[in-house]
Write a protein that binds this ligand. Structure first.
Ligand code: UDP
Length: 402
């Protein structure tokens, strides 16, 4: 049974690998001329710096099975991600920690005192319904206005009160001096970069990789089953309208010497047009680099020809997504995975975990001569909660859409 995987990012590469190892012939088509998707890395020929071309990617996870899986495809080095926010000429530690609180309020509070000070400022919102409410309930107005509201509104191009509370929940708030950006026990970088990691995943006698290859309906028709990791709305020809995505313009600059003491410096101020500057050499201190490469990120609303990096997922987008989910569930030849295929703000480890889950559920279905699931089982549960979706009522009937 020939399988087609569309997209050679971490989700597509994971699906292809699991199927290839199960003995299936897998064709992978990637529209770009290199694998790796949005985590692609390249060595800059002039400086020798490993550059994260689509923004900083740090592998971090609490899922040991995913960690064991990725380590099969390349060596990793431990890496603790550190981020600073530059505001009014000062550098603050991020996420918000005891250090940030003391510096911002010009105090020397203990952990308990800081907790009480912030609790006294927080708004009593028991079930925050959006980003702004989540921030006001957890860190109070002063820290929110300084570090989160303007940054978030630059990044997403919308009022913070319109964004989901889950975006705020991505970052911890700590009453200790621990400065790591992430809480996960595993935090690491692939020694040879993410592109090499994904290339190794795709290097298998059963995998046939086609780069620079856009998949048409005719090509897809030649396969028994298709795994689609591109935007779900693009698969359906945007027949219910375009889902909203934020894109990024990256401005790379080579410099001599070094510019930052940490890999990423955020600029929350409204009057600074970029959101953050990445200095890539921090990600790979083992690389022999002469000089440094900095990248500024300028967010904007993705148009039809722009790269969709972040699914927006406002209430309206979720309703529209529901229509695409219904369309997806009504057909039986295509499964969807990944950040774009499921229109969710996924980290790499979750994308890989879900792709493995979808692949294993699909293999089990095929062994029973049943059709593979449309989404990984845990993803279908999550997407079925979309506002317009009532799968019981819809009964998986064909929608008015190709
Ligand atoms: N955020 C913020 N200020 C910051 C860093 C993050 O307001 O200095 C908010 C912003 O809305 C961002 C979200 O927190 O989109 C998640 O941050 P994360 O660092 O996870 O973003 P990513 O690296 O995925 O772009």
């Amino acid at each position: 049974m020939p399988i087609l995987v569309v997209g050679a990012g971490v989700s597509g590469a994971t699906l292809a690998r699991v199927f290839a190892e199960a003995g299936y012939a897998v064709t992978v088509c990637e529209a770009r001329d290199e694998p790796g998707g949005h985590c692609a890395t390249r060595i800059d020929p002039e400086t020798g710096v490993m550059v994260h071309f689509h923004g900083p990617h740090i592998f971090h996870t609490g899922d040991l099975a995913t960690w064991a899986f990725v380590q099969r495809f390349g060596a990793f080095v431990p890496y603790r991600h550190r981020v600073e926010a530059r505001l009014d000429g000062e550098s603050y530690a991020l996420p918000v920690t005891l250090t940030t609180i003391n510096q911002f309020f010009r105090r020397d509070l203990s952990s308990d005192e800081a907790r009480r000070t912030i609790a006294a400022q927080c708004l009593p919102i028991e079930h925050p319904q959006n980003f702004e409410e989540a921030a006001l309930a957890n860190i109070g107005p002063a820290l929110y206005e300084a570090f989160f509201k303007p940054y978030t509104e630059k990044q997403w191009g919308r009022p913070a009160r319109d964004l989901p509370a889950s975006v705020f929940a991505r970052l911890p708030v700590r009453y200790t001096e621990r400065a790591d950006y992430f809480d996960h026990p595993v935090q690491a970088m692939p020694v040879a970069g993410y592109s090499a990691l994904v290339e190794t995943m795709l290097h298998h006698p059963k995998i046939d990789l086609h780069l620079g290859h856009t998949v048409t309906a005719e090509i897809a028709a030649g396969f028994d089953h298709v795994f689609w990791t591109g935007p779900i709305d693009a698969f359906f020809g945007h027949c219910y309208g375009r889902l909203a995505y934020r894109s990024l313009r990256f401005v790379h600059e080579r410099i001599t010497g070094r510019a930052q003491s940490v890999a990423v410096v955020n600029y929350p101020a409204r009057d600074v047009p970029w959101t953050r500057i990445t200095e890539h050499r921090h990600f790979a201190p083992h690389c022999m680099a002469r000089g440094s490469v900095l990248t500024r990120e300028y967010p904007f609303e993705a148009g039809p020809d722009d790269t969709p990096y972040y699914p927006v997922r406002l209430a309206h987008d979720k309703a529209q997504l529901g229509q695409y989910v219904v369309a997806a569930l009504a057909q039986d030849r295509v499964s969807f995975a990944g950040r774009l295929g499921t229109y969710r703000y996924l980290d790499m480890d979750v994308a890989i975990r879900e792709a493995r889950s979808l692949a294993h559920a699909s293999l089990a279905a095929l062994r029973r001569h049943a059709r593979p699931p449309v989404f990984a089982p845990e993803v279908e549960t999550c997407l079925s909660a979309q506002p317009v979706l009532n799968l019981g009522q819809i009964g998986r009937k064909a929608p008015q859409c190709a």
